[in-house]
Design a protein around this ligand. Structure first.
Ligand code: AMP
Length: 289
């Protein structure tokens, strides 16, 4: 739908609301891809899917302070707006909404009653990054209300976030079709992430071990005891200088509850979080697939 050369940049809620009201009146479907910027091929691949499936593609770039439980992590988070805008133009994104903190949280008002996610938001990332999903929900609730997309696209890379968003959409009765995009990887298997840019060359070389481990687990699943698989992962990380496994979890993909035996779940998955130097990386794969 974008016929101009450059992606349309809008920074204010009023303007984006007015603009999208016009788009909605034409009966167009709106695909929305929320991001924190520092765009990479993972983001662009999602945008291309949205491009194929919807009439109008809106991306947001907002480094949401509320979802960072660690101030240093927020300060260090990569930002590269000029390159982002060039990439968005190349992928033929129609509109990018880039609000600042004051626009999103005037007077710091993001504290709204929290939803009940049946513990989904308390495990894995929720356990190790307390408050993270509170922030995710706060920002997405607001972005969904502003953009009012027909479709919203999220990556499997943040699978737990996808499940939390699914609950949010149900709970608030947003009329949004939620779509999950598979994990896009570097050629050596490392899941693409804005944070990869923060890895030292040495850690960048080591980081693909996460996906190598996940692939071996996928091969072993069903034949090796769950407990044994987790122990094996922990052993893989022992004695590696400045590399630290934060968690390995084998869970049911619907509930994120840990499984003990393979018969406990029809759709098990494994999730890993690990530090490579100061950079925290996450990855996951579905087992039995
Ligand atoms: P972020 O900018 O990190 O908040 O990510 C924005 C969206 O892109 C989220 O839905 C992520 O799950 C998704 N995403 C990030 N990295 C990847 C990847 N390597 N493959 C697929 N989706 C991704």
């Amino acid at each position: 739908m974008n016929t101009s050369n450059r992606v349309l940049v809008i920074r204010s809620i009023d303007k984006v609301t007015e603009f999208l009201t016009g788009i909605r009146r034409t009966g167009a479907t709106i695909g929305f891809v929320p991001t924190m910027g520092a765009l990479h091929e993972g983001h662009l691949s999602i945008i291309r899917q949205a491009r194929e499936e919807t009439d109008f593609v809106a991306v947001s770039i907002f480094v949401n302070p509320v979802q960072f439980n660690n101030k240093k992590d927020l300060e260090k988070y990569p930002r590269n707006l000029d390159l982002d805008l060039a990439l968005l133009t190349l992928t033929r994104c129609d509109l990018v909404f880039i609000p600042d903190e004051q626009e999103m949280y005037p007077d710091n008002k993001h504290l709204k009653e929290q939803l009940d996610f049946d513990g989904l938001d308390q495990v894995l990332e929720g356990k190790y990054r307390p408050g993270h999903f509170f922030g995710v929900v706060a920002v997405l609730r607001k972005l969904f209300s502003i953009i009012q997309p027909t479709h919203a696209y999220f990556g499997q890379k943040d699978y737990q976030q996808f499940l939390v968003v699914k609950r949010l959409i149900q709970a608030e009765a947003f009329s949004i079709q939620l779509v999950m995009h598979p994990i896009i990887r570097e050629t050596d298997g490392l899941a693409m992430s804005s944070r990869n840019a923060l890895l030292t060359p040495e850690m960048r070389q080591k980081a693909p071990m996460i996906y190598q481990i996940l692939q071996i687990l996928r091969d072993k699943a069903g034949n090796t005891e769950v407990k044994e698989m987790k122990m094996w992962v922990r052993k893989c990380f022992i004695g590696l200088p400045r590399i630290k496994l934060e968690y390995v979890a084998i869970v049911d993909a619907e509930t994120l509850k840990p499984i003990r035996n393979w018969s406990d779940s029809k759709r098990p998955m494994v999730c890993i979080a690990a530090y490579f130097g100061k950079v925290r990386l996450i990855d996951n794969v579905f087992l039995f697939s």
